[in-house]
Ligand binder design. Structure first.
Ligand code: ATP
Length: 294
């Protein structure tokens, strides 16, 4: 029997063969102590370790809150905070991101864009592409992106992306927060108001969180270089290839305004969702809205 994965030399990563039918794997129970996060393992696995400075915390409120503070104090580009226990993990618009020690991967990356580059419009979608590439490179099947910031597989949310930006010294700075369910303990699944999933349900093995972090950081650095050259425009096709709701009818919800119904017709170079509505094509910008499939 031939394997649907090609083993690559580096870190024993798996390359998913897109021609094969995606496999689903039963979510596995944790049968042994989870592998501890270890920055030495992460650094050894990175292709470009010189681009990152990784700090590991046992506990913090939110890795993004911490890095936003550090960004204002001049922390360098490539600063990373990874944390085992977030006590106030954040999503968009004041929502919470829940995680479980040992079973989740939650981290943030501080990135300073080159001087003279425009505001990083569409960065949330571009980070989705980088995350999907990295997860697929480790063998994850059926990864899809929900506009503007969710990582799904099999219709379930297994990751969230939070982008926060500021300007410093005339340069745009982004704090990129990523939360992933590596495994999904029942108390997290029942506490969230969406269908949640985990990586171990779509990968042939329960991944090492250290190697996962290294793969994601390498992938983010590659994507951020591409993004600095050509913005989200250069990544649109890759995002659309993984669009969870391509051509589907959805409702856009925003506080204080009427819901908007329409059919997803792609995304723009600035990351706006294109929605075919009864009154014509509308551009939906991500700031304060949520998308719900109908
Ligand atoms: P939506 O997709 O509903 O618009 P959002 O983009 O506003 O959500 P996020 O910023 O992605 O929200 O994250 C917060 C939301 O994600 C929470 O309200 C909850 O529904 C969900 N959530 C929180 N923790 C988890 C988790 N570990 N796994 C899956 N979903 C989670």
């Amino acid at each position: 029997m031939s394997l649907p994965f090609r083993v690559t030399a580096k870190f024993g990563r798996f390359q998913h063969n897109a021609a094969e039918k995606p496999k689903r794997y039963p979510n596995r129970m944790q049968t042994h102590a989870p592998e501890p996060l270890d920055t030495r393992i992460v650094a050894a696995a990175l292709s470009a370790p010189e681009r990152f400075s990784i700090g590991l915390l046992d506990s913090c409120e939110s890795t993004s809150t911490l890095l936003l503070d550090r960004a204002q104090q001049g922390a360098p580009s490539g600063s990373v905070v990874v944390c085992e226990r977030q006590t106030a993990g954040r999503g968009r618009r004041g929502r919470s991101w829940l995680s479980a020690p040992g079973d989740s991967l939650t981290f943030s990356l501080l990135w300073r864009f080159p001087e003279g580059t425009p505001p990083p419009a569409g960065l949330s979608l571009a980070v989705g592409v980088a995350a999907a590439r990295a997860l697929e490179g480790m063998g994850a099947a059926g990864v899809r992106l929900k506009w503007p910031n969710d990582i799904l597989a099999g219709g379930a949310k297994l990751g969230g992306i939070l982008i926060e930006t500021l300007t410093s010294g005339g340069r745009h700075v982004a704090v990129i927060g990523i939360g992933l369910n590596v495994r999904l303990p029942p108390h997290i699944a029942s506490a969230v108001d969406v269908a949640a999933g985990a990586l171990d349900g779509v990968m042939p093995f329960s991944p090492s969180r250290n190697l996962l972090l290294a793969g994601l950081l390498d992938g983010l650095a590659v994507m951020l270089d591409e993004f600095a050259r050509s913005g989200f425009a250069g990544l649109i096709e890759e995002w659309l290839a993984r669009h969870a709701h391509a051509g589907q009818r959805v409702t856009i919800l925003a506080e204080g305004t009427a819901p908007i119904d329409g059919r997803c017709a792609g995304v723009d170079a600035d990351g706006a969702l294109l929605l075919e509505t009864a009154t014509g094509l509308r551009r939906i910008v991500s700031g304060e809205v949520s998308l719900r499939p109908q």
